[in-house]
Design a protein around this ligand. Structure first.
Ligand code: UDP
Length: 254
């Protein structure tokens, strides 16, 4: 039975970081197709405003809180997350490290495909990951700038299927990647793990630097990102709306 924590309509899993990695590797071994989404408070607020997006997000088999805002909301609502933040970037990396050392019953490796980022980013991310974890086996990669419907989309899906990928990193930004996985997962029957991991490939490739540890520890990664990428201010305006709404919900139940 999945233990869930409901934050404003989004059904997060009550898991620690290690449990999340364990759930993903178990699904991989058993061949159970599993989608992972890691919403932050911007996305939860978008779900509050758009119930059809909430339905898409809640359809994933694993949903972990990426962002201090969601973790704080858990505390405000009296349902704290057991493991605090479970960030997608770190989860993807830990999973790659883990599956690098795993083999299928026939002795062949699990194969990973990176989809997303600007042209060249997925390749650079692959090289960086191989420097760190040389045992990871890649099936292929492609940039994320293709039409998400019609023939271009079908071609992108065909390439993933022909690659024999078991694990697909879908890094198209939120909520595009959640919508893409929801609409296309049935066409990817041999892909076991579909991971919606936002800008993770930019991070692995070293194009976007992670905030210094002290910012992460103080829950200020969002502030670091805002200073580096000030154009995010419009998206980030959802944050105060989310906070205010969470307190209001706690006090009035609405
Ligand atoms: N991206 C993409 N295809 C698109 C739009 C965006 O592959 O059509 C990529 C973009 O290059 C970036 C990622 O999606 O690597 C979004 O990163 P961001 O940090 O904005 O992620 P989010 O905060 O949305 O999770």
């Amino acid at each position: 039975m999945r233990k869930r924590i409901n934050i404003r309509g989004v059904e997060f899993d009550a898991v620690t970081f290690d449990e999340a990695v364990g759930r993903l590797t178990d699904a991989l071994v058993s061949g159970t197709q599993t989608a992972l989404y890691t919403p932050n408070s911007e996305i939860v607020q978008a779900c509050v405003e758009d119930p059809s997006l909430a339905e898409i997000v809640n359809s994933a088999e694993l949903i972990t809180p990426d962002g201090i805002g969601v973790v704080k909301a858990g505390r405000i609502l009296g349902t704290p997350f057991p493991g605090g933040r479970v960030a997608g970037f770190d989860l993807g990396r830990a999973l790659l490290e883990r599956i690098g050392g795993m083999k299928k019953p026939d002795g062949s490796p699990y194969r990973v495909y990176f989809l997303g980022g600007k042209p060249g980013v997925a390749e650079a991310a692959e090289e960086a990951i191989l420097r760190e974890f040389p045992d990871v086996t890649f099936a292929g990669c492609a940039d994320g700038y293709f039409k998400k419907e019609g023939e271009e989309n079908e071609a992108a899906i065909r390439r993933v299927n022909e690659s024999g990928a078991d694990v697909l990193f879908v890094c198209l930004g939120a909520p595009a990647q959640e919508k893409w996985i929801f609409s296309n997962r049935a066409k990817l029957p041999e892909v076991t793990l579909l991971l919606g991991l936002g800008g993770s490939l930019d991070g692995y490739a070293g194009i976007v630097k992670r905030a210094p540890k002290i910012f992460i520890k103080l829950g200020l990664e969002w502030f670091y990102r805002l200073c580096k990428e000030p154009w995010r201010i419009r998206r980030m305006m959802k944050l105060p709306v989310f906070y205010f709404g969470t307190w209001k919900y706690m006090l009035t139940g609405k």
